[in-house]
Design a protein around this ligand. Structure first.
Ligand code: FAD
Length: 405
């Protein structure tokens, strides 16, 4: 291990105190590394991770998505017992309704793929859905896929969980410390991390950054094809018709809208695919009202209810809606020794713990048992940011291009 930097020498430095960086730092420490330093330019959870809606779904459109979702759910379910903190996971059951015969056919094929991977999921009829989702409008759909184990976390509680786990188990968290770049050794491997509080010598770095992933990558000298876009979430006032067991969770894939129970009302979220990418600054009220009208069609009890909370925040996305995890690459696509990149592609609640574990495993061993991650690295993107992988069909309608450099 090299020494000589003012921040001392670390066995690993993780950039970013969101759910991916936070859990990754904790996994690295749990794996036995002596000194793990997490640098966060603001405070823990200040990025997307505290602002998420918390939807946790293993009903993915690709085997990668299903495996990441299943692993993360198992982690959430065992947290309290295994590590003494939890992210507030509630398994409420998640319906993905189809509105056309074509969507139903695609949905049934997905169910077969997901079930083959071990997910408890089935195709249910409109009548079966009506039993499970009594608050939903009858006749609105032609059936859907249903996974009883899907659910939601409480995002602020998840921030508390990883921050507590890190503090308790010896991760050195440095808030208000900005990552500025990397220093390289004569052997071409990473030698130190430059921060606003001085350098930290290390041979192992994990880069995260959520919606700012491209900028973190740029500072490290690697091009990360990830962007940021506005995402909006609203919570209705409570209503007796919206008890959690009447509402559960629903993803209207065609409209890119989802909902779940929240404090006696309903939380619903949406992304506008027609909107150019970029950071969220304000609430887009006309779009919110259009989606609210659609919500009223599908969940009639929400009509006329007031909103108690509304927020807009920047969500990260990748052009193929899949995560990025693997070695940082130079411009000639050769790996940067010692540097790993991890980006959840807008699914950090449902995939975050698993992705963090994959990043930690790759940083330590260059291999992981969570899933076959070979295809999920940066090498899949061409010079224009286009992916060689087909996009995951179960995703919010994010833009399919990025403003990444
Ligand atoms: C409104 C909204 C709703 C969402 N709902 C869901 C949902 O229901 N389900 C789901 O799965 N996902 C959801 N997401 C996505 C999810 O929140 C993200 O995928 C996840 O939080 C990403 O985690 P992260 O750790 O990669 O990024 P972040 O939480 O953004 O953390 C990155 C951190 O890096 C820090 N950072 C950036 N640059 C630097 C630097 N130079 N130096 C040091 N630190 C730096 C930032 O300050 C930040 O704290 C939602 C997102 C939004 C915005």
């Amino acid at each position: 291990m090299r020494t000589g930097a003012s921040g001392g020498t670390a066995d690993a430095v993780v950039v970013g105190g969101g759910t991916v960086g936070g859990w990754c730092a904790w996994f690295l420490r749990q794996a036995g590394l002596g000194r793990v330093v997490l640098v966060e330019r603001d405070v823990m959870g200040k990025g997307a991770s505290s602002r998420a809606a918390g939807m946790v779904r293993a009903q993915g459109g690709t085997p990668w998505a299903v495996r990441l979702g299943m692993w993360s759910q198992a982690f959430y379910r065992s947290q309290r017992q295994e590590i003494g903190v939890d992210s507030g996971f509630v398994a409420t059951g998640y319906l993905m309704p189809a509105f056309t015969d074509g969507q139903a056919e695609a949905g049934r094929a997905r169910v077969a793929m997901q079930a083959a991977l071990g997910l408890d999921v089935s195709w249910i009829s409109p009548d079966e859905a009506a039993e499970l989702f009594p608050a939903m409008a009858r006749g609105a759909h032609v059936g859907g896929s249903y996974a009883p184990g899907d659910g939601y976390v409480d995002p602020p509680r998840n921030v508390v969980a990883y921050a507590t786990a890190c503090a308790r188990d010896g991760v050195e968290v440095r808030e208000r410390t900005e990552f500025l770049g990397l220093r390289w050794g004569e052997d071409g491997a990473v030698a130190a991390v430059e921060t606003s509080s001085g350098p930290i010598a290390t041979e192992r770095v994990v880069l995260t950054g959520g919606p700012d992933m491209a900028s973190v990558g740029e500072r490290a000298g690697t091009r990360v094809t990830a962007g940021g876009a506005r995402h909006q979430v609203a919570v209705t006032e409570p209503s007796p018709d919206l008890a959690p067991e009447r509402v559960r969770m629903v993803f209207d894939l065609t409209e890119g809208m989802y909902w779940r129970p929240e404090e006696g009302g309903v939380l619903f979220g949406m992304s506008n695919p027609a909107e150019p990418p970029g950071p969220a600054r304000t609430v887009d009220w006309p779009y919110l009202e259009a989606v609210r009208s659609r919500l009223g069609d599908l969940l009639p009890s929400t009509r006329g209810l007031g909103l108690r909370r509304v927020w807009a925040a920047t969500i990260e996305y990748t052009p193929d809606h899949l995560p990025i995890v693997g070695p940082a690459l130079r411009s000639d696509k050769s790996p940067m020794p010692g540097v790993t990149v991890a980006c959840a592609g807008g699914h950090g609640m449902m995939w975050g713990p698993a992705l963090a574990r994959v990043a930690a495993d790759l940083a330590l061993e260059r291999t992981t048992e969570v899933l076959d991650a070979d295809a999920l690295g940066l090498a899949r993107f061409d010079a224009h940011g286009r992916s060689t992988l087909a996009a995951d069909p179960v995703s919010l309608p994010y833009p399919e291009r990025t403003d990444a450099p």
